[in-house]
Design a protein around this ligand. Structure first.
Ligand code: FAD
Length: 486
């Protein structure tokens, strides 16, 4: 049985950023992820906003990690190669009454040391499609691609010898005198310490060893994705003043790194942590809410919908807000749990990871590796190259000249590079989230068949084993008729 120093349960942004911080040290670290790739949970399905710290109460962990994470993000983007844009955000007041709320947010921001906050009157707001009474300008808010952000941590951690076991679900945890046994669907493993970064399943993991003293209240947020044709509607993020209840920020309009616009998220408490469906009713509501901010949004602009589930520790009756809990179990030493890591968890992840490593250093002596290496910075995408660059790349490798995804102009070489990831992830979604093939207007209508052919050839795989996104999402079950000349 392989023995690790640290076993991390969950390959979301929290587990992956902790794995990355630990990869700097001489340790054997493993990440168990039950999905077919990292970023299978909330870390894939959120707004991708780098928050500034105006929304969380001063002295809360949420505020502290958000502000610290925000500050270190640029240097991480430079070293790990994930895209980050500081586009700023407006929180808009629709009437005089709402200005009080802008003032409150500004005061919270100042207490949290958020720089550059300014309340502007409606005429000073530099967004042509927005009309408002006044707005709070937040220059230190930005955007990342949440899955690329998570993958950047995980892939560089894997390049620095952290082991990622995908499609491996931890089914039981047993504490022995000085180690844990982790039972999974793929065998047993042993580790000195365990980090519970299982997101919505954090309670389930704790209950394997002790009686949890909290509940998880899943709260679904649905989004609509607008076609790139509408990307000029806004330049920065536009938020309403936050609703008073549920501990959420309200339906906002956010540009994405990929050039689309997001509308959402809704906030709906649900019973089932797996219920990621999107609904017709919520789509209608989101359009109505979106038009309150930008009246010009058309139904026909919508090309996709998705949802993410918040891990809330407070019920709607309690108001939906609670702070993070990041703690070592008092009963079972060596089990560190991250509980209720809802927004701004994406922003705070790098700062949270540093703190968790500090906690780990209380139990294990940490020694820096001599051979730690940052990620190789990825080359430009084909769609962003000049004509001369394109032609030079095609001369070197003709696969640069074969367009697989017409909407996003993704080439065969880019699909193969996505499949060569150090985690060994090879679903259709793994390709989509790494190189954007399938994210355009036709949503994979054209490229899916080509990507499947490439996956089949690349890994010599039976098409029946090719999956959409998760272990049980096979794309094909058999042939409807025999093929004569294959
Ligand atoms: C609608 C929405 C909008 C948000 N917007 C923002 C935003 O704009 N900015 C921001 O900063 N934050 C935002 N957040 C918060 C942010 O997305 C989360 O804080 C963050 O993704 C949490 O990461 P995680 O790693 O804890 O959880 P997850 O990403 O859910 O990862 C947990 C992982 O554990 C795995 N797992 C679970 N159980 C097991 C098991 N037994 N064995 C193995 N693996 C297991 C799961 O498959 C999953 O991949 C938003 C969240 C939501 C839902």
């Amino acid at each position: 049985m392989k023995n690790f120093h640290v076993a991390i349960i969950g390959g979301g942004v929290i587990g992956s950023s902790i794995a990355w911080e630990l990869s700097k040290y001489k340790l054997d670290v493993v990440v168990f992820e039950m999905g077919s790739d990292v970023a299978s949970g909330a870390s894939k399905a959120n707004s991708g906003v780098v928050h500034s710290g105006i929304n969380s109460p001063p002295s809360s962990l949420k505020a502290r990690y958000c502000v610290e994470g925000n500050k270190i993000l640029q240097s991480l983007a430079d070293n790990l190669g994930f895209p980050l844009k500081w586009i700023g955000k407006y929180v808009i007041a629709k009437n005089e009454e709402e200005i009080k709320e802008l003032e409150r947010l500004k005061k919270v921001g100042i207490e949290n040391c958020v720089p550059g906050l300014k309340i502007k009157n409606g005429a000073e707001v530099t967004e042509p499609n927005i009309s408002c009474f006044a707005a709070l300008w937040v220059p230190t808010a930005g955007i990342v691609s949440p899955y690329k952000f998570t993958m950047a941590f995980a892939e560089n951690a894997a390049e620095n010898d952290v082991k990622f076991l995908l499609e491996t679900k931890v089914t039981n945890l047993i504490k022995h005198k000085d180690c844990f046994i982790l039972k999974t669907n793929k065998g047993e493993y042993q580790s000195l310490l365990v980090v519970n970064a299982a997101g919505l399943n954090c309670r389930e993991i704790i209950s394997m060893v002790e009686k949890p003293d909290f509940n998880v209240y899943p709260c679904r947020g649905e989004y609509l994705v607008l076609d790139k044709k509408h990307s000029s509607l806004i330049n920065s993020m536009i938020y309403p003043v936050p609703p008073k209840e549920l501990g959420v920020l309200g339906v906002h309009i956010t540009p994405t790194i990929g050039g689309n616009i997001l509308l959402g998220p809704s906030a709906e408490f649900i019973d089932d942590t797996e219920n990621k469906k999107t609904t017709r009713e919520m789509m209608k509501t989101l359009i109505i809410e979106g038009r309150k901010i930008i009246p010009a949004i058309s139904d026909r602009a919508v090309i996709n919908a998705y949802s993410g589930i918040r891990c809330k520790l407070a019920s709607p009756e309690e108001g939906g807000w609670s702070d993070y809990r990041i703690e070592e179990s008092k009963q079972v030493s060596g089990l560190i749990s991250l509980l209720g890591i809802e927004s701004p968890g994406l922003t705070g992840a790098p700062a949270i990871a540093k703190d968790v490593v500090r906690m780990i250093s209380q139990s294990i002596e940490l020694k820096f590796k001599d051979n730690f290496k940052f990620a190789k910075i990825k080359r430009k995408r084909f769609s962003e190259m000049s004509v001369k660059e394109r032609s030079d790349f095609i001369k070197k490798d003709e696969r640069w000249g074969r367009i697989v995804c017409r909407c996003e102009q993704i080439t065969e070489k880019e699909v193969i590079d996505a499949l060569s990831n150090p985690l060994g992830a090879k679903t259709l979604s793994s390709v989509k989230y790494r190189c954007r093939a399938g994210m355009g207007r036709c949503q994979g209508g054209f490229c899916t068949q080509h990507i499947i052919r490439i996956i089949k050839k690349q890994f010599n795989m039976d098409v029946k084993n090719i999956k959409l996104r998760s272990p049980d999402s096979n794309l094909f079950f058999g042939r409807t008729r025999e093929v004569r000349n294959e």
